[in-house]
Design a protein around this ligand. Structure first.
Ligand code: ADP
Ligand code: MG
Length: 259
């Protein structure tokens, strides 16, 4: 039976997927996007999910986010928390200032005005945008817009972050800076992160654990712990070695499809 539970799994699990399957469409046109995916994210763990384009990474994240329902299997979030989401596009309200964008979740949570102001100021300082509260999104660079999106997600005060290629549209230098920021915020707030990317180096830079998903059907085919001490540099030999190992697995997997 399909079910999505929000009860605590155990003290050692923030996100739990058990035998998750997702089929799109019906009959001859049916696509088996995910096939029996089981995965636990521990509290405070940073897990990166990598795989070729179209292998089901976004599907998996959307299921955990509750944006779509699995065809089979179970998904649970400890304590029934609502996860925070971040996508490649920051999806800010263009007519609102930076402050007002970050304030939206606080308003929805019913926080009083004075407290909202304090929280917005603190969140903008956290993402190093303290001076930019009165700007509108179009006045900011792509990297700054993603910082606003991150601040807005943090305003939810949720311990679980789901990120779908959040830095995929940024240049390498901006991405590098945002990796540092995200690592700092993750460790300060002890967040559990499920981070999707097709960039293997980015995964090796950020992850405690890398999970590799195969294509059609999406199955977990490889998983590795990343024991490199933090803070890490994306251009370090240790990160390059892990990235090379994962790339090799990915290449074997793509070769299997004769592509
Ligand atoms: P990724 O994020 O890894 O690139 P997706 O999760 O977006 O992969 O897609 C996985 C597979 O499911 C692809 O074959 C894609 O075409 C298919 N798919 C994704 N979303 C839908 C949908 N809403 N309807 C039908 N097929 C879909
Ligand atoms: Mg995707």
């Amino acid at each position: 039976m399909t079910s999505t539970t929000t009860t605590p799994q155990s003290a050692t699990t923030a996100v739990a997927l058990s035998g998750v399957t997702k089929v799109y469409g019906r009959g001859a046109n049916a696509v088996l996007a995910l096939d029996g995916v089981s995965l636990d994210v521990a509290p405070g763990e940073f897990v990166c999910l990598v795989g070729a384009s179209g292998c089901g990474k976004s599907t998996l994240l959307n299921l955990v986010a509750g944006l779509d329902r699995p065809s089979g299997g179970e998904i649970g979030l400890a304590g029934g928390v609502n996860p925070g989401l971040m996508f490649q596009e920051p999806a800010l309200f263009p007519w609102l200032t930076v402050e007002a964008n970050v304030e939206v979740p606080l308003k929805l949570r019913g926080l009083p005005r004075a407290e909202r102001r304090e929280r917005v100021a603190e969140l903008l300082r956290t993402v190093h945008l303290g001076e930019f509260g009165r700007k509108r999104p179009h006045e900011l660079s792509g990297g700054m817009r993603q910082r606003v999106a991150l601040a807005r997600t943090l305003a939810l005060d949720t311990p679980v972050l789901l990120m779908d290629e959040p830095f995929g549209a940024l240049d390498a230098m901006t991405r590098d800076i945002l990796h540092d920021e995200l690592e700092r915020i993750w460790s300060e707030r002890k967040l559990s992160v499920l981070f999707v990317t097709h960039n293997v180096r980015e995964a090796a830079r950020l992850a405690d654990r890398i999970i590799l998903l195969s294509s059609r059907p999406g199955r977990i085919i490889y998983s590795t712990e990343v024991d490199i001490p933090r803070p890490r540099r994306i251009d370090s030999p240790e990160v390059a070695a892990i990235a090379a190992e994962v790339t090799e697995r990915l290449r074997t997997e793509v070769g299997r499809h004769g592509q």
